[in-house]
Structure formats: C-alpha cells, structure tokens
Design a protein around this ligand. Structure first.
Ligand SMILES: CC(C)(COP(=O)(O)OP(=O)(O)OC[C@H]1O[C@@H](n2cnc3c(N)ncnc32)[C@H](O)[C@@H]1OP(=O)(O)O)[C@@H](O)C(=O)NCCC(=O)NCCS
Length: 198
C-alpha cells in the first residue's frame, strides 16, 4: 500500500494545495522569497522556532526554498490569506516514522486564529495522507500561544526537553506534545448531541 512507505519522493509527490475557510496553503516557490524573508525577519519569530536564523535574509529564504525543491526532509506549506503570504506551516520528517509539526506567522498576523486554522489543515493532511500513528510538536515553555494552538488541536503534553534554538545561540526548555491518530479521529467525529426534556 502506498501509504505504508512515506519516502521523501512520495512526500514530495503528494504535496498539494490545502484550502481552509480563510487560508490557502501551498508549496513555496522562488517567487515567494521576498515575502518569506520580510515575514520571517523578526526576532519574536526566530526565538520561538528552532532553526530559523536571525536576522533572516532573502538568501536564507532562497536556500530554504531550493532545499525544499530538492526534496529535503520537510513538507512545508506557505500560508496565504487573501492571496498574501502570512507565514509557514509544515511537517519535519525527523525519521521515517517520526514527524513533527511546526509553524510561524508574520507578527502582523498574530491573534486572529490563523495559526490554529493552518495547523488544523496540516494535521488533517498528515493523518489522511500518511499511515503514521502520531504527530509530535513542541513549544518553548514561554510560548503560551503556541501551546494553546497545540492543545486546541488535541495534542497532549508528553514532557519537557531542552532544545537548541539557532537564533538564541543556546538551548531552551520546550514543552513536548503528541497527537495520536486515535485522538485526532475522535475529535474529527465528535458530532453534536441533541437535548430534549426527559
Ligand atoms: C504561535 C503563533 C503561530 C500563533 O499564531 P496565532 O495565529 O496568533 O495563533 P491563534 O490566534 O490561532 O491562537 C493562539 C491562541 O493562544 C492564545 N494566546 C495568545 N497569546 C497568549 C498568551 N500570552 N497567553 C495565553 N494564551 C495566549 C490566543 O488567545 C489563542 O487562543 P484562543 O483562540 O483560545 O483565544 C505565532 O504567535 C507565531 O508565529 N509565533 C512565533 C513562532 C512560533 O512560536 N511558532 C511555534 C513554535 S513551532
């Protein structure tokens, strides 16, 4: 069965466009590098994402998009609202059987529920496309909005680990979370019950 072998080639072949109520998630191209660099070049983003350097230049964005095109270890979507790029979300395949959800938004776009909406789209894509039983993610302990997104999506806390953050130049404690296929499937099928006088 195709879904049993999530090889990099297969992941790339399955890259597609995801649509939500307000967002379009699509593969970034070299035409997007200016927008990506403008959005990502903010310390408030870099300090909460593990590998984003700061400052973040257009050359960094070019290297990133080229690495994706060469079939790197990430499945990444550019997030657009009203045809305007606002951030990125994706899955990093640490190993064939371990996938990690990550995301960031340009600061002007925080606080409008876009992070949750984009995360939900990629979580659905992940469990519908790949035959893996769990997705992991993490948020620095001082990052309540990211923790909130993960909990709203059904992720459960699994412990604290020290992770290195490129922009900090040091390690920082990270709350680790996991979302199992069973919990995701349960949330997706939780329908309304009705009430009547007994
Ligand atoms: C994390 C990030 C994507 C959040 O995006 P966002 O679109 O603002 O998030 P949302 O609006 O969908 O949801 C954030 C939730 O956290 C809550 N929140 C925000 N700031 C908070 C705070 N200081 N304390 C507690 N909760 C907070 C919001 O109220 C919201 O919950 P609600 O919908 O129940 O009200 C964005 O802040 C970001 O890009 N940060 C930098 C990069 C990063 O942290 N990435 C995640 C690590 S992988």
């Amino acid at each position: 069965m195709l879904q049993d072998i999530p090889t990099p080639t297969l992941r790339e072949a399955r890259a597609c466009v995801l649509e939500t109520e307000r967002l379009t998630l699509r593969k970034p191209t070299l035409a997007d590098v200016k927008a990506i660099a403008r959005l990502a070049n903010d310390r408030r983003i870099a300090e909460n994402t593990r590998r984003l350097p700061h400052p973040y230049s257009q050359d960094d964005a070019i290297d990133f998009v080229r690495a994706l095109a060469e079939g790197g270890r990430e499945t990444v979507f550019l997030i657009e609202n009203n045809h305007t790029p606002i951030g990125m979300v994706g899955v990093d395949w640490r190993e064939a059987t371990t996938a990690e959800l990550g995301y960031w938004l340009g600061v002007d776009h925080w606080g409008q529920g876009f992070g949750t909406e984009a995360a939900r789209a990629v979580i659905d894509y992940f469990f519908e496309e790949f035959d893996l039983d769990q997705l992991i993610s993490g948020a620095r302990v001082a990052n309540p909005s990211s923790r909130n997104i993960l909990e709203k999506c059904g992720f459960q806390w699994s412990g604290v680990e020290l992770h290195r953050f490129e922009a900090l130049g040091s390690s920082s404690p990270v709350d680790c979370f996991r979302l199992s296929r069973g919990v995701w499937a349960s949330l997706k099928t939780w329908s309304h019950s009705t009430r009547r006088q007994g």
